[in-house]
Design a protein around this ligand. Sequence first.
Ligand code: BG6
Length: 470
Amino acid sequence: PRPEDHVIVLFGATGDLARRKLLPGLYHLARAGLMPAGYRVIGSAPAAGAPDAEGFRAHARRAVAEFGRSKPEGPAWEEFERALSFGTADPGDTGPLAAAVQEAERALGGSPRRLFHLAVPPAAFPAVVGELGASGLADGGRLIVEKPFGTDLPTARALDETIHAVFDESRVFRIDHFLGKESVDNILALRFANGLFEPVWNRNHISHVQIDVPEKLTIEGRAGFFEGTGTFRDMIVTHLFQILGFVAMEPPATLTARALRAEKDKVFQSMRPLDPAHVVRGQYEGYRAEPGVAPDSDTETFAALRVEIDNWRWAGVPFYLRSGKALAEGRHVVTLGFREPALRMFPRDVPDTANELVIDFDDPGRITARFLAKEPGPEMRLGAAAMVFAYSDCFTTAHALEGYERLILDAMLGDQSLFTSADGVERLWEASAPLLENPPPAEPYARGSWGPDRVHRLIAPYRWCLPEGG
Ligand code: BG6
C-alpha cells in the first residue's frame, strides 16, 4: 500500500541524523516509488543560522550526494527537490514553520497527513512537542521521536506525559532504527515460520545468548550528544534491548502491532533489574582528549552486561550484551549457544565454537549454523563445520530498505509494529535503575581492542563469539 498524502516536518533538519540518514532515506523512498502520491518535506530548525528553502535544498543535495544510494540528479531528484521547503521554529515563535506547513497543504490540496520527525537532541523534545501542541500544528498529525527516550524512568515518564498531552499513543512513533533492519525483522520469520528452529528456542536447548554490536567508529565529533548519553543509553537500553525483545518474545497471537508490541513488552517485564556487578563499563583511551569531552569525563564508550529473564522460556539462560566505540570490528551479531547433548561419546578436543546459531544482522545479513562433523579419515574425529545462509545468495536485495527508510514508511502508513511503546520503554528504564544509580567506574581500553579485559570474565564459562576464530 502507498501512504496517504503527507506533509513531513523534519526538526533538526540541518543536523547529523538528517544529513546521514533521513534526507537520503526520504529520497530513496521517493525513487523506490514508496512515497505518497503527494508529499512535501519541510525542514525546520531554530532561526539562528538556519538556511532558507534554497539553502536547505542545497544542503539536502549535498547530504544525498555524500550518503545516499543514488545520486541527486535527473528528473527523480528534481521532483524530490521541488517537494523540499523550510520553516524556522523557535520557542514562542513557530510562525514561519506554520506558514510553510499551510503553504505545503495548499499546494497538495485535500487534507494531507502531518508527520513530525524530532531529529533533535533529547533535551529539546519537550519544548518542541509543547510548541506543536500550543500552535495547533499537531492536530491530527503523527510524531516520530528519536532515541534515547528520556535518560531514566522519571524523565521518560515525564516525556510520555508531555507527549500524551498533545499526541495520543496511537500517533506516537518512538523510532529505533535497529528494528527496521531487514535481518532483525527476519528473526521473527526465522523463529516462528520454521519447525526446525521454533522447538529448540528455549532454556531446554539454549545455554546462553549473546547480542554483540561492536563499532569501529569513535564518537565522530558527536561529543555534544555523546557526553550526556554514553553507550548504555545510546545503544544498550535502546537498540540491544529491542533486539533482545525479538529474540526472547513468545509467539504473538497475530502479527498485528498490538500483539507484537505486547509480547515484546512482556519480555521487558520479566527482565530482572540490572545488577551493576554484572556490568562492565569502559572508555576508549584518548576519549577525554576528543574535542568537547570533559578532561575527567566518566561517560562510557563501551558497555557489556549480563541480563536475566525470569520467565518460563528463559529462566537460567543468561543474555550477554556488548557494544562499544573504537573496537576492533564493526559487527551486528546475535549468537545462540546450544547445550551439549546429554552424553559425550566423542573425544573432547573439539572446538568450543560449535553448536551455535549466529545471526549477523549487518545489511544485508547472514545466518550461520555452526556444528560438529566427522572429519574424513579412519578415525572418529570431530571438526567444526558450518552451514551459511547469506541473504544475497537466496534473494535479490534490490528492494531492501534501510532501517530508517522502512520505519519512516511504516510511520506514514500508521503501522506501529516496529516502534517501541511507552510501557516498554518505561519498563526498560525501570529495570536499568540499579545500574544508573550505581554505575561501576568506566575502565580504560585500547582502541582497536574488544573492550576492557573484564569483559571476558563477565561471560565465563562461555566465550564471546567475536572475534571469529579468536
Ligand atoms: C545510533 C547511535 O543510534 O546507532 C550511534 O546513536 C551508532 O552512536 C549507530 O553509531 C549505529 O547504527 P548502525 O545501524 O550503523 O549500526
